[in-house]
Design a protein around this ligand. Structure first.
Ligand SMILES: Nc1ncnc2c1ncn2[C@@H]1O[C@H](COP(=O)(O)OP(=O)(O)OP(=O)(O)O)[C@@H](O)[C@H]1O
Ligand SMILES: [Mg+2]
Length: 227
């Protein structure tokens, strides 16, 4: 099978139910979604409609309770945890609203972190790739700064560098500008635009309609369903 020709993302009838105190919540209630390589998709919708859950499942950080999800042609429910982790490391980069940098590590160390889990990547090559990624987000001069010494926008730049250093085909961003002022938020969006221009597939959750208009396709979720 030629997996490159397949859509990057194929979801069918996908559900994610959470059971708490015998109450079942369908965070995702039957999602059908196809995303082709090179697309830029924005996901919008009210609080609690399932946006973050969808991103977590897309990123193989959470598993659906029903339905199917193929990533890069691979049926994710037919592979075990370690294969899922390998697929995630190879294909996916994450950017979160809250940056999620490790405070005890410098910018460059944070960017090198994902490579620690990759066998066969030498230390010198890890540093080289991390330096390239930091340069791409304009953070070379701050490579040896700790997150507490950086502004929010600078921290998010480092987080983007960490997400792209491994050359992922899919960049997932959950409200990447949610903790930033408007101007800084626009700068981060310019960065995502540039990555998309270079061929990265981007799926981004946002509450900001201005940012959503940058996407080639906008998807609205309501109560775990695509509207
Ligand atoms: N671990 C969990 N256990 C139980 N319920 C959960 C869990 N995670 C999410 N949910 C529920 O699933 C639904 C969707 O949550 P989700 O975080 O995906 O919403 P969201 O669209 O990202 O909201 P927001 O815009 O506020 O970030 C909510 O009703 C939430 O309470
Ligand atoms: Mg959310």
């Amino acid at each position: 099978m030629n997996t490159d020709a397949a859509p990057l993302i194929e979801m069918e009838n996908l559900e994610r139910a959470f059971t708490t105190d015998e109450v079942i919540t369908y965070a995702l209630a039957g999602i059908a979604l196809e995303v082709r390589r090179g697309e830029f998709v924005a996901i919008e919708g009210p609080s609690g409609c399932g946006k973050s859950t969808l991103l977590q499942v897309l990123g193989l950080l959470d598993e659906p309770t029903a339905g199917s999800y193929r990533l890069a042609g691979v049926p994710t429910d037919e592979i075990d945890r370690s294969e899922q982790a390998r697929l995630r490391n190879r294909e996916i980069g994450f950017v979160f609203q809250s940056f999620n940098l490790i405070p005890e590590m410098t910018a460059i160390e944070n960017v090198m972190l994902p490579f620690m889990y990759r066998r066969g990547v030498e230390r010198s090559l890890r540093r080289e790739k991390a330096e390239q990624a930091l340069a791409e987000v304009g953070m070379t001069p701050r490579a040896d700064h700790y997150p507490s010494q950086l502004s929010g926008g600078q921290q998010q730049r480092v987080a983007v560098a960490r997400a792209i250093a491994g050359g992922p085909s899919l960049l997932l961003a959950d409200e990447p500008t949610g903790n930033l002022d408007q101007e800084t938020g626009r700068e981060i969006m310019d960065l995502l635009d540039a990555l998309h221009e270079q061929g990265t597939t981007v799926v981004m959750v946002t509450h900001d309609p201005d940012h959503a208009t940058r996407a080639g396709r906008r998807i609205r979720l309501l109560d775990g369903r695509i509207q």
